[in-house]
Structures are given as C-alpha cells and as structure tokens.
Design a protein around this ligand. Structure first.
Ligand SMILES: Nc1ncnc2c1ncn2[C@@H]1O[C@H](COP(=O)(O)OP(=O)(O)O)[C@@H](O)[C@H]1O
Ligand SMILES: [Mg+2]
Length: 159
C-alpha cells in the first residue's frame, strides 16, 4: 500500500493527473472514503488529464457519467445513492466490466461487491486540513498500475 499526504486540493488534482497516463481500456479503479474525502475531485482530475470529453450518452447518466477518450469510454460511477444490489443491474456495471473496453472509476466501491478481482483500490481520508491518499492493486495488472503511479507521485509535488 502506497500512502501519501495530499496537502490541498491542488495536490489531489496533481495526483489524478499523474495517474492518468497509465490508464488504458480494461482498467478498473475503486475509490473508498467518506463524503468530502476527495473521490470526485480525484476522478475529475483523471478525466480532465485523459482529455476525455463528456459524451452524455449513458441512459443511466445520473449514476454513471460516461466520457470518451477517442474510442475508449471512461465511466465514472457513483454508488452513493444506490441502496439495493438489484439497482446495480439497472446501471449495467457488470456488463461494463465484462466488456472491458473502457476505463472504469467507481466511487463508494466498498458499498457493494462490484469490482473485478483485479482492480486499483484507492482510499482517501480527511487528515487535518488535507487528505491522505492510500492505494494498492488487488491483482497483477492493478499492482503494476499502483507501482507506476507510486513512481511518479514523488515528482508531482503531490506528496
Ligand atoms: N488534499 C486536499 N486537501 C484539502 N481539501 C481537498 C483536498 N482534495 C480535495 N479537497 C476538497 O475536498 C472536497 C472533496 O469533495 P469531493 O471530491 O466531492 O469528495 P467525495 O467525492 O469524496 O465526497 C472538495 O471541496 C475539494 O476541493
Ligand atoms: Mg463524490
């Protein structure tokens, strides 16, 4: 588990920008942390750095924001408002993971058992006036992603 201090919102954005270049179709990322911990802020920095544009074609746009980077869909999923597992079928998350054609970022990934076995698991915690970012991979692909991100974080001013 890599753990770094993010002193302010700029540091969170820098961390997201640092992760973006390592992402490709099939990457799954789960974000865990309390309200206001910075999950959305981190995702938005990743999406912006990917140069992904809002395609707004998703029928479940309230629960999934779908962006596109060239041909690669980027899905930003928020499970906060989902109360029952059956609602997960409605948003089609399993299908998105099964297709494996996109980059998928899921907020509140600990609320339901939805993530594929190999995913990057990100924890954000409020720590004083800043945040603590912790992350690790749960399989070979995400472990490589975690190692790449760790290697560049030191040079972004994010820690
Ligand atoms: N490292 C940080 N230190 C202090 N404030 C931060 C940091 N990163 C983000 N923030 C701020 O904290 C809030 C996080 O909100 P948000 O990203 O919506 O949280 P979440 O999605 O986890 O509920 C935003 O107001 C953001 O500007
Ligand atoms: Mg959020």
């Amino acid at each position: 588990m890599t753990s770094v201090e993010l002193a302010d919102a700029d540091a969170t954005a820098a961390a997201g920008r640092a992760l973006a270049p390592f992402l490709s179709a099939g990457c799954a990322i789960g974000l865990i942390g309390d309200l206001g911990a910075g999950k959305t802020a981190l995702v938005q920095a990743v999406v912006a750095a990917l140069g992904a544009t809002d395609s707004a074609t998703s029928p479940t746009f309230t629960l999934i924001n779908e962006y596109r980077r060239g041909q690669v869909p980027v899905y930003h999923v928020d499970l906060y408002r989902i109360e029952r597992a059956v609602e997960l079928d409605e948003i089609g998350l399993d299908e998105i993971f099964a297709r494996g054609d996109g980059i998928v970022l899921v907020e509140w990934a600990d609320r339901f058992d939805v993530m594929p076995r190999d995913h990057l698991r990100i924890h954000l915690e409020i720590e004083g006036s800043g945040r603590r970012l912790g992350f690790s991979g749960t399989g070979p692909r995400s472990a490589a992603l975690a190692a790449s991100w760790t290697a560049v974080l030191g040079t972004t001013g994010a820690c």
